[in-house]
Design a protein around this ligand. Sequence first.
Ligand code: ADP
Length: 705
Amino acid sequence: MSENIQKEDKFLMNEIKESTYTPILTMKDIVLFPQMMAPIFVGRKHSTVAVENAMLTKDHEIILLGQKQPDIENPTENDLYKVGVLAKIPQVLRFPDMSMKLIAEGISRVKVIKLIKDEGYFKCEYEELKDKKVEGKDVQALRNLTLQKFTEYIKKSTRLGIENLLSFDEITEAGRLADIICAYLNIKSEERQKILEILNTFERLKAVSKILSREIEFLFIEENLQEKVSYKLGKSQKEYVLREKLRAIKEELGVESGTDEVDELRDDVEKMAAPDYVKTKLQKELNKLEGMGIYSSETSVVRTYIDTIMELPWEKRTKDILDIARARKILDKDHYGLEDVKERILEFLAVKKLSKEPLSSIICLVGPPGVGKTSLARSIARSMNKNFAQVSLGGINDESEIRGHRRTYVGAMPGKIIKAMQDANSKNPLILLDEIEKMIPSHMGDPTAAMLEVLDPAQNFHFTDHYVDMPFDLSDVFFLTTANSIDKLYKPLKDRIEVIRLAGYTEEEKLHIAQKFLLPKQLKAHGIKKLQFNITKMTIKQIINDYTREAGVRELERTIAKLCRKFAVKLVDNQELKETITKENIADYLGVARYLREKTEKKALVGVVHGLAWTEVGGEILEIEACKMPGKGKLNLTGRLGEIMQESAQTAFSYARSRYKELNLPEDIQEKYDLHIHAGDGATPKDGPSAGIALTLCLISTLTG
Ligand code: ADP
């Protein structure tokens, strides 16, 4: 468009016309006052010609003359007022359709003396009208009063910003003030024309002040009416109207509204089995959701929250079964051995059945990895007809992992407990808290404190997750915990739990578990028939010893799974294949042995003793060796000995020195020799309260030779 607009034509400026007549621009509904500027659109033929002629005069002057009736297209002299404003046109923009936009700058009031229509436009001879300026106290008082009223008008009127007020204070002259205020008022041009025609400045301001009073009253009445109308609408009607308005606005903006969806959700919330406070909160969130565009980033946050809350099992439960015989059957069916453990679990269940009170102690299954803690917990859940969920606590050092993040946090989520409830999908599940000793307090808060609250029956019926932001009842949850060891467990937690220990398995037990449980399970998982795949007892033992080193059977299970996987690949090529895994072909499947047992020497040697030690993977036979060398009584210990074994070694040395006479040792033995004790399988950390005797014998044997 901009190229089409031709700026003022320069060549026109050269042919300046001198005439006693000034062109007239007839105005439909604008009254411009002197010393004010306004943009004016000009479309009518006689007006554009008048403007073109005005542009031909030296000062680009024109007279703005109002029409008595705005709807007349081609006015005659009688349709025009006699009083108008002489104006300058500093700028004209011409549009291709011959219309134009000009800026007019009012100069003074004028009265038309002689008007003619010539060459298609009005022009006239005029007389300039001077203001009859009145000054004095009355004028001053009126000026102040009018300004006051105008302030009130601006405050009530939504059309004008308060910033408009600032410049008015500086206008001292009554006539000019009247003109400016009049220009701001939302009144008919007829009334403006009247103001234009009053030359006495005091009278003019009086007239404007009157109009102001009337306008303020109008605004006041309007406001009152508005209040009354909205007051009559009830709260629900009001909501309805607002919602409809919102829908209309969204439609107008082309924003897709999710209102139908929200309405559906509203129904779902009403039908949902949950306490009232949950429903109320959800309805509030739904209102919020409705107010947002479907693509607003905030929408997904609110929506996710609503979904999370709706998915929680507020009132959903499974029917509990507390039948000891049934529990025993299931535990036996799922697990080999572990008699003591099963017995302890059944006792616990029996007490739970008899006692109406919630049990304040929580079972903690303590033992190395892979001894069946998790699978026992699953069996207990099954025997009690409870849903099962697991929470892994290893490495948690942030309180909000347990208790969730507040929703103001970016990417906020509920904590692990609420997530487990979601997974379990019932109010009374069994939740296994795995590796409870591996939570570490840090600067991000103490997760153990939050966990205590979760486990405490006096508090957990109103557990409040930061994200959910409402109490959730955990009192029906059967919590079970596991730990690899409880030595480092936080004391208040230790007080709350009842420890059931699961030791590691012996080779025989592992063999049994492999044959009866692990192998059938893996064959089934890999779709292999029992007749197709066989492993001899000896080979299983070989796997246990050469391919795994653990107290439990997890690695053993993984190794058996690996065997099955490799066999399954072969089976795809040849459906009829049958295989027995033996000493000969095991390496084809599993590669070379991963662990080599250190052969324990049967022959007695000076300074070598066999003892027992405890390692992470269970009990080990341990070869302890020592040697002496010239020195100053220093005792070197290697082989990653634990604190207790180190102390045992010190004690052994002191014992030998204190019994030097009986042992035939020189009295100043610590001034002659240094000693070095090494425990075999040096890379594995080990400890053992019972290693003291072995260490002592080893040391004495070395010293005495
Ligand atoms: P944990 O939780 O103690 O680390 P898991 O429960 O995960 O150990 O046990 C690892 C695997 O060993 C599981 O498949 C489990 O069924 C099996 N398992 C462990 N102990 C036994 C057992 N006594 N009888 C049968 N299977 C067992």
